[in-house]
Design a binder for this molecule. Structure first.
Ligand code: NDP
Ligand code: 8X3
Length: 257
């Protein structure tokens, strides 16, 4: 169904994984896609397949969400016909490392906090005033089961997702009296580049994360996003927590065999 015919959807971190799958889901719904990430080359490769999948139009730009001045300039500088953002998907995010807090490299903390928390805040701060002025819009934030239950060696990543949960709740409160909706989509394990990024390209270690488990696919998350944004206008889905059948929470898994 072309629910989003003509509507503008901004997705951060659209070059890979959940962001990319979400772009395809909105393309199928006829949206006009504003896609950003740091790897512009990967975004460019998506342009033709996304148009083929049904996108009404696509605009790509390079963006590092950690750079607040650039975020502000990018949103303020959007062409007139792209300014009215209907859906913001705050998806850009990452984990770095999996080790004891007291032994970890503080650079990892900076990268996760700057991206997952401050980056999400920067994009939200730049986009939401326009939604309030138009009294229309929907913010989807990518949370995680990690924000609900902290796991060993992941304190700071989990903290960033706990922060995302608090920010989503706070934003919803602050938007009361407007028609702007807020949803936190909180997946468990999804097979994307996530673990390769966490382990800085160590393919073997990344593959072990999903060993003997049927992980969620990025398309499963995109499906949840699309469901949340297609509810009637008076319905606000606050959060969606979804895991593979092989996962109960962020610490309990069932590995086959
Ligand atoms: P991927 O690594 O596949 O994708 C992450 C995306 O974020 C990439 O497109 C990357 O693009 C972008 N990104 C990272 N840093 C920045 C930055 N500074 N500025 C702009 N874009 C950035 O991982 P996922 O698709 O799995 O992750 C997407 C979101 O989902 C994250 O917020 C993650 O925390 C969350 N999540 C993931 C789960 C999982 O198990 N995979 C489970 C629960 C939540 P580029 O490198 O080109 O900038
Ligand atoms: C990503 C899922 O459990 O690897 O948020 O942290 S997990």
């Amino acid at each position: 169904m072309r629910y989003f015919e003509g509507k503008v959807v901004l997705i951060t971190g659209a070059s890979s994984g959940i962001g990319r799958a979400t772009a395809f889901a909105f393309a199928g719904a006829g949206a006009r896609l504003l896609l950003c990430a740091r790897r512009l080359k990967l975004l460019r490769e998506l342009e033709a397949p996304l148009m083929e999948a049904g996108a009404a139009a696509i605009s790509l730009f390079r963006l590092d969400v950690r750079d607040r001045a650039t975020v502000d300039a990018a949103i303020a500088g959007l062409p007139e016909d792209w300014k009215a953002i209907d859906v913001l998907v705050n998806n850009a995010g990452l984990s770095r490392g999996l080790s004891r807090l007291y032994e970890d490299d503080p650079e990892n903390w900076d990268e996760m906090i700057d991206t997952n928390v401050k980056g999400l805040l920067a994009v939200t701060r730049a986009v939401v005033p326009g939604m309030v002025a138009r009294n229309a819009g929907h913010v989807i934030n990518l949370g995680s089961t990690a924000g609900h239950l902290t796991y060993a060696n992941g304190a700071v990543y989990c903290a960033t997702k706990a922060a995302e949960k608090a920010i989503s709740e706070g934003l919803k409160i602050d938007l009361m009296g407007t028609a702007v909706r807020v949803t936190s989509v909180d997946p468990g394990m999804v097979e994307t580049e996530f673990s390769r990024v966490r382990f800085r390209g160590d393919e073997e270690r990344a593959a072990k994360v999903y060993e003997k488990i049927t992980p969620l696919k990025p398309e499963d998350i995109a499906d949840a996003v699309l469901w949340a944004v297609t509810r009637p206008a008076h319905v606000n889905i606050h959060s969606i927590v979804l895991t593979t059948i092989d996962q109960a929470n962020s610490t309990v898994f069932h590995r086959h065999g």
